[in-house]
Each structure stands twice: as C-alpha cells, then as structure tokens.
Design a protein around this ligand. Structure first.
Ligand code: GDP
Length: 290
C-alpha cells in the first residue's frame, strides 16, 4: 500500500513518525485516532473500529519491528495489515458453472446487480442467465428483462405467474444451457416473516452454490441485524455493496460481513450493467479512508 491511499490527516500522523526509531504510545494513539475518525465517518460499526484500534495499538507497541524498518514504515505496515483483516479478502468466485442467489431489501440494487454480475461473468467467457423471481414489485420483470438485454445475457421470468418458487423451478429448467445462473429475489421495505419464509422456499428449490447479500452503501447500522436475519434464513456467502458512486463509503456493510462471517464479492458503482467491480481490499480501504 502506498501512503497516498490514506487520508491526508492519517498521512500527517504517520509522517510525524518520520525519523523516529522508537514508537511511543502517544505516537500510536495519534495514528489510531485518525483511523477511527475516518472509519466512523464511513459508517463502520463502532465495535469493529474499537477492535481494530486495540489490535493496531498492541501490535505497534508490543511487536519488534524487523531490523532496518523505520517506526513509520512499521506502523504503516501494521495499519495496512489490520485494515485488510477488517475488510477481508474478495469472495471466491470460481469461473465455472454455478448458481448464485441474490438476497436483500427492496431498493438495495438486487435486480441491477443480477444484470451487472451476469455481464461480468460474460466478460470472463461464461454464459450467464438471469432468473427473475420477484413477483411483488410491479415493474421488476420489465426492469430485469431490459437489463438482461443490455447485458446481452439470457433471461427467464414469468409476469403471469405469482409463485416465485414455480418461476425459480421453471427458470432453472429453461436456463439449463447457461453456465452461471443468477437468481434475483423479491425484497421488502423491511425483513418480515413473509419475506424470510419466501426466500427460504426459493432457496430450497434453487439449491444455490452461493447466496450473496446485496447492500446499499448508505446502509448504516441496520446492516448488521439485516445480515443476521438473512444469515439465519439462507446462509450468506458473500456481500455486494451497491451505489458506491454516491457519497456513502459502504463501511456499514463491514458489520454484515462480520456478522455472516463472509467476505465482499462485488462493488456496484453506477446504474449501467458495466458499473461493477470485483472487490479488492486495498482499493476499498483507500475509499474508506479517503
Ligand atoms: P432491487 O429492488 O433490490 O432490485 O433494486 P434495483 O436493482 O431496482 O435498484 C434500485 C435503484 O438503485 C435503481 O434505480 C437502480 O438504478 C439504482 N442502483 C442500483 N445499483 C446502483 C449503483 O451501484 N449506483 C447507483 N447510482 N444506482 C444504483
């Protein structure tokens, strides 16, 4: 990681260590304070920030830096390693046949993400298909169909069928020649028993290889409880953070990652099908701190 990726005040605090051979508690506190400020501003859960702070402090003060490493480089290395530990590695997505189910609240960006992911897999030489099972939201079918067209991928949905499980079953049958099947599901304004029960039924029918939870970057503290509910219902293997092209930095999603013991798979950075990035720790860290 280069120092330029860090926010300017954190860079300043680290620069104060320049030329020092030993690090004292005050120096580390100054660095940790800057990290805390940035992460809390980026909506990272307070407990996660406090754990990270403790780990940075104890490592910086207790561990011996390798010979020839300056105090500044040593602290920078610890900070970076611990931040990578916090945000995690990218969710593993083998480039092979698989079924992925998307879950999330209404408006989180599931339908858009389904098309983006399908487009992404198509750029890797695989043949994707989208199965739209959202029978609740008026317009979900048309939106998904249009986006699938823009992504130039196969699509299955049935605007005349009102049972999502039937659509899922028929969709899997109809798209059997595809390599990667992406199943979009209905959201709700909040998680209720009906949604949980429905998504559990779809999950049993589809038997996906992976369930991804789609979260709006602006989702703050409620990401954690939402993730816990989805985790209990279907199990979450990875998170997609959408709308990172806005002002929100997506730190709230880290609580969901922690809660589900999962990782981040993709980042959504706009409204078109190409606006998707594979998650990668250092870029996300710069975004959080910048
Ligand atoms: P769903 O209800 O979870 O299926 O959400 P949609 O996919 O319909 O997305 C809700 C709204 O958010 C739509 O207007 C999308 O265009 C928009 N949206 C989704 N992802 C992104 C993103 O990464 N950036 C921006 N700016 N808008 C997005």
């Amino acid at each position: 990681m280069v120092l330029d990726d860090l926010g300017s005040s954190l860079r300043g605090a680290l620069d104060d260590l320049r030329g020092k051979s030993r690090i004292d508690e005050e120096d580390v506190d100054a660095v940790v304070k800057e990290i805390q400020r940035s992460l809390l501003q980026a909506d990272v859960d307070v407990d996660l920030v406090m754990d990270l702070s403790d780990r940075i402090k104890s490592r910086a003060l207790d561990e011996e830096p390798p010979a020839g490493t300056s105090a500044r480089d040593w602290v920078l290395r610890i900070v970076y390693e611990e931040l990578v530990e916090l945000v995690g590695e990218s969710t593993e997505l083998p480039l092979e046949s698989q079924t992925i189910m998307l879950a999330g609240l209404y408006g989180s960006g599931k339908t858009t993400t389904a098309a983006k992911m399908a487009w992404w897999f198509s750029t890797k030489g695989l043949r994707p298909a989208i199965i739209q099972t959202d029978t609740d939201r008026p317009g979900a079918y048309d939106q998904a169909e249009q986006m699938a067209e823009r992504a130039e991928v196969d699509f299955y949905g049935d605007p005349d069928e009102d049972d999502p499980v039937t659509i899922a079953r028929e969709g899997l049958e109809e798209t059997r020649t595809a390599d990667v099947r992406i199943v979009d599901t209905a959201g709700r304004d909040g998680l209720n028993e009906e949604l949980i029960e429905q998504i559990e039924r779809i999950e049993r029918e589809v038997n996906p290889d992976r369930n991804l939870l789609v979260l709006d970057a602006a989702m703050g503290q409620s990401a954690k409880s939402q993730a816990a509910d989805f985790q209990e219902a279907i199990g979450i293997d990875g998170v997609v953070i959408t709308k990172l092209d806005g002002t929100a930095k997506g730190g709230g999603a880290l609580a969901a990652v922690d809660e589900t013991d999962s990782t981040i798979a993709f980042l959504g950075t706009g409204e078109t099908v190409q606006d998707i990035e594979r998650f990668e720790p250092s870029g996300f860290i710069s975004r959080l701190l910048g």
